[in-house]
Design a protein around this ligand. Structure first.
Ligand SMILES: C[S@@+](CC[C@H](N)C(=O)[O-])C[C@H]1O[C@@H](n2cnc3c(N)ncnc32)[C@H](O)[C@@H]1O
Length: 281
């Protein structure tokens, strides 16, 4: 069974009175309460915070008293901070793009990003010209991503136009829907980037630590490999910590190294083999 981590202990808040309506709408959409102004009992606030004079941005703040992740800047999807314009940022030699098979002069593959999180991999792929369907199951992470895409679309509308964000749902549910898998041409690549297994590193970025706290360790990640292989016509790319075992114990066709992590690519015979496996529930 696919696990959808619960939204526990969260409320929607707003910094400026002008954002009250937006907060109430979002709270109704997510089935969450609006935070009380004083002595709110919830440990997590999804906050409409000011962004300049006229816009707002969605941030997740840990407000539980004494919690180690409390304080500092809220977590948000900040896609425009990614370097996609310098020569290095545009290079097709970055491990993710190499792993996805993005090549100079060749048509860009359609990509299914099955664990979209705050959208960084999705944005890098879309900036390189790929059409991407971004699937995220955690409702709070999905809300942050939707807002990150909305804000990034103002500066980079062509990149944002290449991205489709279906409603929050598990990737296995999404892959059963024809409008996600039956595109023409069909998706060539599926990307899986579950939470890294094993003990937390103390240097883990705060955004990732908060994400891990609310979304969990993705213990069902092995079960994504076969549905991804069934859905992608050419390859599946799995992001792993450098020393972690391969997903579901399946050896990849080729590995591309990144900083502290690696991208396992399943193609050809290895992809075929995964398609013959029994589903891991
Ligand atoms: C490590 S983060 C992904 C980070 C992302 N690649 C990025 O560049 O920002 C993993 C995310 O995948 C989501 N996730 C894990 N399993 C999923 C599944 N079966 N379906 C949809 N989302 C999933 C988690 O909720 C979490 O937000």
């Amino acid at each position: 069974m696919a696990t959808v981590p619960p939204v526990s202990d969260a409320a929607v808040a707003f910094d400026r009175p002008a954002d009250r309506d937006a907060a109430e709408r979002l709270a109704a959409e997510l089935g969450l309460p609006v935070a009380k102004k004083f002595r709110d009992p919830h440990g997590l606030h999804l906050v409409w915070a000011a962004a300049g004079e006229t816009d707002h941005q969605l941030e997740l703040r840990v407000v539980a008293p004494g919690h180690p992740l409390r304080g500092g800047r809220g977590v948000r999807s900040d896609l425009l901070k990614l370097d996609v314009t310098s020569p290095a940022g545009r290079s097709l030699r970055t491990p993710l793009l190499k792993a996805a098979g993005v090549k100079r002069g060749a048509p860009r593959p359609r990509v299914l990003d099955l664990t979209a999180g705050l959208g960084e991999d999705t944005w890098l792929l879309a900036s390189a010209g790929c059409r991407v369907v971004a699937v995220e199951r955690h409702p709070l992470v999905h809300a942050l991503l939707a807002d990150g895409l909305r804000r990034a679309a103002v500066e980079a509308p062509e990149t944002a136009d290449r991205i489709t964000l279906p409603p929050a749902q598990d990737a296995r549910t999404a892959l059963n829907q024809a409008d996600i898998t039956a595109a023409n041409p069909p998706p060539a690549v599926a990307v899986i980037d579950p939470m890294f297994p094993g003990p937390r590193k103390t240097a883990e970025r705060k955004a990732m630590a908060v994400l891990r706290w609310i979304a969990g360790d993705d213990p069902d990640a092995d079960g994504l490999l076969k549905p991804a292989a069934d859905a992608a016509s050419r390859r599946v790319v799995v992001k792993r910590p450098r020393a972690a075992p391969p997903l579901a114990g399946c050896p990849p066709t080729v590995v591309h190294g990144g900083r502290g992590l690696r991208f396992d690519v399943y193609a050809g015979a290895e992809l075929e083999k995964i398609r013959t496996l029994h589903p891991i529930i």
